[in-house]
Design a protein around this ligand. Structure first.
Ligand code: ITT
Length: 194
């Protein structure tokens, strides 16, 4: 299967590639296209944004399998923010470090003692005939007080999955790929459609 993934996030792409390593699925990315502009993520939910990204790639690459996902971190003490705004929480071109700094600052400003949080992933797959399917994953955990670890991307250095002592950034890529929200959605896709 030739699977085209609509993401400009290298961290996500690596995890998706690792998941399909050694299988019959060949993962392609938008960087292989001569020209591609990612669409504006104007949806009001993870589902809507995943659909916008998948449809945009399908518009230039039809008759192949297309996959896009929208994901983010919901923090209970911040009324489930940053949620769908996770990538741009500290501003349009914010770095991961800036987003994390803002999140920790917001938690301290609000004296948010409730540090429970979850990563969510909505994944849309469009088959070569244009049929759309959605797959989901959720990873529950807690926000740490300080950054720990150098692996992964995004909010990994401050997210401690439930039942774990390490942050996601202290885990190896293989360890994260056993439990992550993204991998749960990929497993569902693989079981149902591959
Ligand atoms: P694409 O839209 O091009 O796929 P993006 O980074 O803009 O890339 P999203 O809009 O889905 O993707 O935003 C997801 C953000 O949520 C991501 O940038 C991280 O900040 C955070 N995030 C999602 N999954 C994560 C994970 O596994 N580990 C850490 N942070 C994650």
């Amino acid at each position: 299967m030739e699977l085209w993934v609509a993401t400009s996030n290298a961290g996500k792409l690596n995890e998706i590639r690792n998941f399909f390593m050694g299988t019959s699925v060949n993962v392609h990315s938008i960087s292989e296209l001569p020209v591609y502009t990612s669409p504006k993520e104007s949806g009001k939910s993870f589902d809507e944004n995943a659909r916008i990204k998948a449809k945009a790639l399908r518009a230039v690459k039809n008759n192949v399998w297309v996959l896009a996902e929208d994901s983010g971190l919901e923090v209970e003490g911040l009324n489930n923010m940053p949620g769908i705004h996770s990538a741009r929480y500290a501003g349009e071109n914010a770095s991961d470090a800036e987003n994390i700094a803002k999140l920790l600052k917001m938690m301290s400003l609000r004296s948010a003692t409730h540090r429970a949080a979850q990563f969510r992933c909505s994944m849309m797959v469009i088959d070569p005939d244009g049929n759309e399917s959605l797959f989901y994953g959720t990873l529950k955990g807690n926000i740490s007080r300080v950054l720990r670890g150098n692996n992964g991307f995004g909010y990994d250095p401050i997210f401690i999955p439930e039942g774990c002592e390490k942050t996601l950034a202290e885990m190896s890529p293989a360890e994260k790929n056993k439990i992550s929200h993204r991998i749960q959605a990929l497993r569902e896709f693989k079981q149902q459609q591959i």
